[in-house]
Design a protein around this ligand. Structure first.
Ligand SMILES: [Zn+2]
Length: 534
C-alpha cells in the first residue's frame, strides 16, 4: 500500500529507454493524476484504464493516486503504457501484491471492454528492457512471439485486464494462444535470377550492385524487365546476421508490420513504394505521439526499388540523398526526433520518356525531345551522383526468349560469388567506417584505395572528351574495385576499369540521343574506350 512501481519502455526510432511508472496514494480528492510529461495518448490512457476496470469488475481506486512517469525529462508517447499504469494502480491500492512487478516491464494497450490490444515496437522495447537488466516482460498475447525473440527474458502473455490482475495475484501465466498461420516464405517460390531470360548485362549489374552495395539506375521501356530484375536483387545480397535480423525486425515492429506468425525478418527486405508515396511514407514520420519508419528504413539491409522514379515528387527524391549518404534517417516531428537505420541498395527505374512508347517493340513515342529530356531531369543530379551503376534494359529479343540456353545462372550460384567478393572487400576495408565499396568517399579512392595509373589510363579518353566528370571517375573506380573483388584480384586492372565504364551512362543528356537512335547506350561507353571491348 502506498507506493508501488513498475516499468515500461519508451521508444525513439528503434532505441528504447526504460521508464519507471510510480504510483503514490495520498490524501486529497479521490481520482488518478498522471504526471511526468505525458502526451495526449497518455492522458487518454487513464480514461481507457478506468473503462477497462469498470467493464472487468475491477475496483477503481477510491483514494487519491498520483502516477508519475520518470525520468520526467524524457518524452513518453504511445498507448502501450496502459498495462504498466494499470498494474501500478492495482498495486498501490493494495488490490494486488507488488512482488511480480519486480524487474518487470509491461507493454500493452487496454481496450475499453478490458481486452489487451497488441502494440507496435514490442521487439525493440523488450530488447531495451533486457539491456536495462529487467528480467521479465508482460505483453499482449499477439505480440508474444515477437518478444520471445529476445533471449534471457521471461515473456508473460496477457489477453485481458482481468487476466493481468489474476497473474499479479499469483496465477499461472496464460498460454501463448493458437500458433498463427505461418507466413509463406518458401524459398522455392522466391524470385530467382534464372527466371530472367537474356539480359546478360543487367544480370551482371545486379551481381555488382549486390557485391559492392552500389545503387542502380535502370533505364528502359515498360515491360523490359526492370521490375523483374530489381525483385531479384535481395536474393543476391548477403544473408542477414542474427544481429541484423533483430535490427530489421525491430524497425518492422515499430512500423507495426511484423507478421505475428513469423516475427523474425531473416532475409534482406524488398520494398517498392508507389510513385505517389509521400515524404513521410518514404522517409518516416506520421502523426500522433509516435514516429514511424519510412520505406527507406523498412528496406534497411535490403533493396528499395523506386519504379518510374521521375514520377516521384522531386523534393521527396532529393530528401533521399542524406540517408543514402549516412545510412540512417533522422525524422523530426512535433512529437520529437527519431533516428532510423536506412542502409539500402537503391534501384531507380525509369522509362525513357513520359509516354513510355519509346523503345518498345512496335511502340510509337510522341514525346518531343524536350519532353524526354525534362522527364529524366526530374531526377536531380545530386541524387544520381550517388548511383554508381546506370544501364539500359531492353526487352529480351525473341531469339533470346526462344533460346532456353541463355537462361542464366541461378540466384544461389551468383550469391556465392557475391559473398566471396564481400569477404575480400570487408578484409580490405577492415578498420575503416565503410563496409562496402559504394560507401568509400572519393578522396579515399585517390589516396588509401588508389587504382594503379595503368588501370586509370583507360578512362582518359572519356575524361578528355568531357564525357566523364571527376565524380564520374570516382564512381567508375568504386565499381572497378567491386569488379576486382568479384574477380579475386588485389587491385583493379585495366580490364576492371574498362568494364566498370561500360556499366554506366555518365550523362543523362546523352540518353535522348541514344533513345532516338535506338542504339544501346553501352555503345557510347564502348566508343569512349576507343573500340576496346569491355
Ligand atoms: Zn514518349
Amino acid at each position: 500500500m502506498g507506493l508501488a512501481h513498475a516499468h515500461s519502455v519508451t521508444l525513439s526510432g528503434i532505441q528504447g529507454q526504460v521508464v519507471e511508472v510510480e504510483a503514490d496514494v495520498g490524501p486529497g480528492v479521490p481520482g488518478v493524476a498522471l504526471v511526468g510529461l505525458p502526451d495526449t495518448a497518455l492522458n487518454e490512457s487513464r480514461d481507457r484504464i478506468k473503462a477497462a476496470f469498470v467493464n472487468s469488475m475491477i475496483e477503481w481506486p477510491r483514494r487519491r493516486v498520483t502516477i508519475n512517469l520518470s525520468p520526467a525529462s524524457l518524452r513518453k508517447s504511445g498507448s502501450h503504457f496502459d498495462l504498466a499504469i494499470a498494474a501500478t494502480l492495482l498495486a498501490a491500492d493494495g488490490t494486488v501484491p507488488s512482488t511480480r512487478l519486480h524487474r518487470t516491464a509491461l507493454l500493452g494497450e487496454l481496450a475499453l471492454d478490458g481486452r489487451v490490444r497488441a502494440v507496435r515496437g514490442v521487439l525493440p522495447a523488450t530488447l531495451a528492457a533486457a539491456q536495462a537488466g529487467l528480467t521479465r516482460v508482460v505483453v499482449p498475447r499477439d505480440n508474444v512471439r515477437e518478444a520471445r525473440l529476445v533471449r534471457d527474458v521471461e515473456v508473460v502473455p496477457v489477453t485481458t485486464a482481468a487476466g493481468l490482475l489474476a497473474w499479479l495475484r499469483g496465477a499461472e501465466p496464460e498460454d501463448d494462444g493458437p500458433a498463427p498461420e505461418p507466413v509463406a516464405a518458401d524459398p522455392a517460390h522466391a524470385p530467382d535470377l534464372s527466371d530472367v531470360a537474356g539480359q546478360q548485362q543487367a544480370r551482371f549489374a545486379l551481381e555488382v550492385a549486390a557485391s559492392g552495395g552500389h545503387h542502380v539506375f535502370l533505364l528502359g521501356p515498360p515491360g523490359g524487365g526492370k521490375t523483374m530484375l530489381a525483385e531479384r536483387l535481395p536474393g543476391l545480397l548477403p544473408a542477414l546476421t542474427d544481429q541484423e535480423s533483430l535490427e530489421v525486425s525491430a524497425i518492422h515492429s515499430v512500423a507495426g508490420i511484423l507478421p505475428a506468425g513469423q516475427p523474425l525478418v531473416s532475409s534482406p527486405p524488398f520494398r517498392a513504394p508507389h510513385h505517389s508515396a509521400t515524404m513521410p511514407a518514404l522517409l518516416g514520420g506520421g502523426g500522433g505521439g509516435s514516429i514511424r519508419p519510412g520505406e527507406i528504413s523498412l528496406a534497411h539491409r535490403g533493396t528499395l526499388f523506386l519504379d518510374e522514379a521521375p514520377e516521384f515528387d522531386r523534393r521527396t527524391l532529393d530528401a533521399l540523398r542524406q540517408p543514402l549518404e549516412s545510412g540512417s534517417v533522422v525524422v523530426s516531428r512535433a512529437a520529437g526526433e527519431a533516428r532510423f537505420p536506412a542502409r539500402v541498395v537503391l534501384v531507380l527505374a525509369a522509362n525513357p520518356c513520359p509516354c513510355g512508347g519509346a523503345q518498345t517493340i512496335g511502340g510509337v513515342c510522341e514525346c518531343t525531345s524536350l519532353q524526354r529530356r525534362r522527364y529524366l531531369h526530374r531526377m536531380s543530379g545530386p541524387l544520381l551522383d550517388r548511383v554508381d551503376l546506370r544501364l539500359t534494359v531492353y526487352a529480351a529479343t525473341r531469339a533470346e526468349l526462344l533460346d532456353d540456353l541463355v537462361r542464366g545462372e541461378s540466384t544461389a550460384l551468383v550469391a556465392q560469388r557475391v559473398a566471396a567478393a564481400r569477404e575480400r572487400m570487408e578484409r580490405r576495408l577492415a578498420g575503416t567506417p565503410w563496409r562496402t565499396n559504394a560507401e568509400v568517399p572519393g578522396r579515399e579512392l585517390r589516396n588509401r584505395f588508389a587504382v594503379p595509373a595503368a588501370a586509370r589510363a583507360v578512362l582518359s579518353p572519356a575524361v578528355e572528351r568531357g564525357a566523364l566528370s571527376a565524380r564520374g571517375v570516382d564512381r567508375v573506380l568504386r565499381v572497378a574495385w567491386t569488379l576486382a573483388d568479384l574477380a579475386g584480384v588485389d587491385v583493379p586492372t585495366a580490364d576492371e576499369t574498362a568494364r566498370a565504364l561500360s556499366l554506366r551512362v555518365d550523362d543523362l543528356r546523352r540518353v535522348d540521343v541514344d533513345v532516338r537512335s535506338s542504339r544501346p547506350l553501352d555503345a557510347a561507353a564502348r566508343a569512349a574506350l576507343g573500340g576496346r571491348r569491355a
